[in-house]
Design a protein around this ligand. Structure first.
Ligand SMILES: Cc1cc2nc3c(=O)[nH]c(=O)nc-3n(C[C@@H](O)[C@@H](O)[C@H](O)COP(=O)(O)OP(=O)(O)OC[C@H]3O[C@@H](n4cnc5c(N)ncnc54)[C@H](O)[C@@H]3O)c2cc1C
Length: 286
């Protein structure tokens, strides 16, 4: 164990050390990874936590392991490291694109995948819809054990997660799908996206779509799947115009959230165009 700045910051040296430090502090301490979300707490008028347990120096949380059937990504892998590590895994293009296009280079070098998933009030998180469309799971570590669940399930329980737990790693299954992440920043690259669409599709032997997953980010308070649109894409050839028409028809599935960057109706209005661009991106990968 090592500590800096009195009780405010504890720098953990291993996963066990981090879990012990969190347990010792009860509900009074939060996990700190890249701190790019935490540092803006005062701007969001959120209370700052009493103390933090820093985890970004823990070796096992910084690894990306590309195995035959899955890719295991440690919670403290940064957006920049992720984009780089996945550059030669075409089935994970959505995640590589989300990681490589989020924020700006300085933020991407410290912001982590774990922080992106755990920032519970962050509707515009880029990696979350990408992970949902890739059917990713995550592993939560707690003293005495761990639990694995889908990212979708994690989003349902994240606000009430027991203090003392932390996300250890994210697991992305490897399949023959193709995928893309398309985002619309309002003014310039580096802005939060007004809306984002992540699309994964698996082509069958005849070229028709065998399975599809679409996830929408930043439109509602949390990213979620667009299951009606998925159903409309299956059994057909990938066609940007048809996909955009279906998206237009099904846009009523979303209630856009109003925010300082854009009103809710606008976030919904741009979805067909993002879906069209996502399908074009998939076609370009073949
Ligand atoms: C200028 C700027 C621009 C940005 N633009 C974008 C953008 O375009 N797209 C985007 O997606 N994001 C953007 N972000 C948000 C950026 O903060 C997140 O994307 C980032 O992934 C958060 O990771 P972090 O490691 O910094 O999290 P932290 O700030 O360290 O933590 C965030 C939250 O998660 C918790 N936490 C962190 N890791 C874990 C863990 N392993 N287990 C449990 N809890 C954990 C913390 O306690 C905290 O509540 C931007 C941020 C800035 C400052």
């Amino acid at each position: 164990m090592s500590s800096q700045d009195g009780e405010r910051l504890y720098v953990a040296t291993s996963l066990a050390d981090a879990l012990a430090a969190l347990a010792e502090r009860g509900g009074a301490a939060s996990v700190l990874a890249g701190a790019t979300w935490i540092m803006r707490a005062p701007l969001r008028h959120e209370p700052q936590d009493l103390s933090y347990v820093a985890i970004s120096g823990i070796d096992e949380l910084r690894r990306v392991e590309v195995l035959d059937h899955e890719i295991s990504i440690g919670a403290c892998v940064t957006h920049a490291e992720l984009a780089n590590a996945l550059a030669s895994s075409p089935e994970c293009s959505a995640l590589a694109q989300a990681a490589g296009s989020s924020a700006n280079p300085a933020v991407r070098h410290v912001a982590t995948i774990g922080g992106n998933l755990c920032a519970s009030a962050f509707a515009a998180a880029d990696l979350v819809p990408a992970l949902i469309c890739l059917d990713a799971e995550l592993e939560i570590a707690r003293p005495g054990g761990s639990e694995r669940m889908t990212v979708e399930r994690f989003l349902e329980i994240r606000a009430g997660i027991v203090p003392g737990c932390l996300v250890r790693r994210v697991i992305v299954p490897r399949t023959t799908r193709r995928s893309a992440h398309i985002r619309l920043p309002l003014r310039k690259a580096g802005d939060y996206p007004v809306a984002s669409v992540s699309l994964a599709a698996t082509p069958g032997p005849t070229g028709l779509v065998e399975s599809a997953r679409v996830a929408v980010g930043s439109v509602e308070p949390a990213a979620r799947r667009w299951t009606q649109l998925e159903a409309g894409l299956v059994g057909r050839a990938l066609d940007p115009r048809y996909a955009a028409e279906q998206a237009e028809r099904l846009c009523g599935d979303f209630s856009g959230r109003d925010g300082i960057e854009a009103p809710g109706w606008y976030r919904v209005k741009v979805l067909p165009s993002l879906v069209r661009r996502a399908v074009v991106a998939l076609q370009e990968q073949s």
